[in-house]
Design a protein around this ligand. Structure first.
Ligand SMILES: [Fe+2]
Length: 197
C-alpha cells in the first residue's frame, strides 16, 4: 500500500471509532477527550503524514487539507499546516473541536467572554490559560469555547484539527479582537485542499 492508502485506512478506522464515541457519549469534555485520544493514536506513526503531502501554499502561507468528511459534512478532519508566524485571533467554533499535534508547536490561548452580550459588536475576553499542542498531546473545545492559536516554529507545523461539522459549513462563528473589544462573524474558510500525493 502507498502512504496515502495507509493513511486513508487509518483515518477511516479512527473516524469510525470517533463517530461511535459521539453516538455513545454525546458531546461533553469526557467524550471529546476520548476523541482526542483516538486522534493522538492516529498520529503516533508520523510516517503517515509526510510533510510533502501537506505543503504550505504556493505563496508560503498556511493551508488546510481535508482528510475526512462525512456526506452530511459531519466529522470533518483536517491537516492544518502552519507557516512561521501563523496567528489566528480568538474565536469559537459553534461545533465541537479537537486539535492534536504532528509536527511543531501550536500555542493555544484559552479565553472566557466577560461582557454581558448586551451591546452588539462589543465583547470583552479574559485569558484563562495556555497550552502548547505538539506531537502526542491535544486540546478539546465545546461549541462555545474560545481560543486563539499561533506558531513561532521556523519550520512549518502540522496539526490535525477535527470538527463536529465541516469548516465550510460553520456560518455563525464569532471572532474577537480583544484589543478594541469587538466581536464579529468569522469569515468562512473555503480554500480547503486535498493532500498532495
Ligand atoms: Fe479554532
Amino acid at each position: 500500500m502507498t502512504i496515502s492508502e495507509r493513511r486513508e485506512q487509518a483515518v477511516s478506522e479512527a473516524v469510525g471509532r470517533i463517530r461511535q464515541i459521539e453516538r455513545d457519549q454525546g458531546v461533553n469534555y469526557e467524550a471529546l477527550k476520548a476523541i482526542r485520544d483516538e486522534l493522538i493514536h492516529l498520529t503516533r506513526d508520523t510516517s503517515l503524514f509526510p510533510r510533502e503531502h501537506f505543503p504550505l501554499t504556493e505563496s508560503g502561507d498556511s493551508a488546510v487539507y481535508r482528510l475526512s468528511e462525512d456526506d452530511d459534512h459531519r466529522f470533518a478532519l483536517y491537516g492544518s499546516v502552519g507557516a512561521a508566524g501563523k496567528s489566528v485571533p480568538p474565536h469559537d467554533h459553534t461545533t465541537w473541536a479537537v486539535i492534536v499535534g504532528v509536527y511543531g508547536d501550536e500555542l493555544n490561548r484559552f479565553y472566557e467572554r466577560t461582557d454581558d452580550l448586551a451591546k452588539a459588536g462589543h465583547a470583552t475576553l479574559n485569558e484563562t490559560g495556555q497550552f502548547v499542542v505538539r506531537h502526542g498531546n491535544g486540546v478539546v473545545f465545546l461549541p462555545d469555547d474560545i481560543h486563539a492559536i499561533s506558531t513561532d516554529d521556523p519550520q512549518p507545523t502540522l496539526h490535525l484539527h477535527m470538527y463536529g461539522l465541516a469548516l465550510d459549513h460553520l456560518f455563525e462563528r464569532l471572532v474577537f479582537d480583544p484589543q478594541v473589544q469587538t466581536v464579529s462573524t468569522m469569515a468562512i474558510r473555503v480554500d480547503i485542499r486535498a493532500p498532495v500525493s
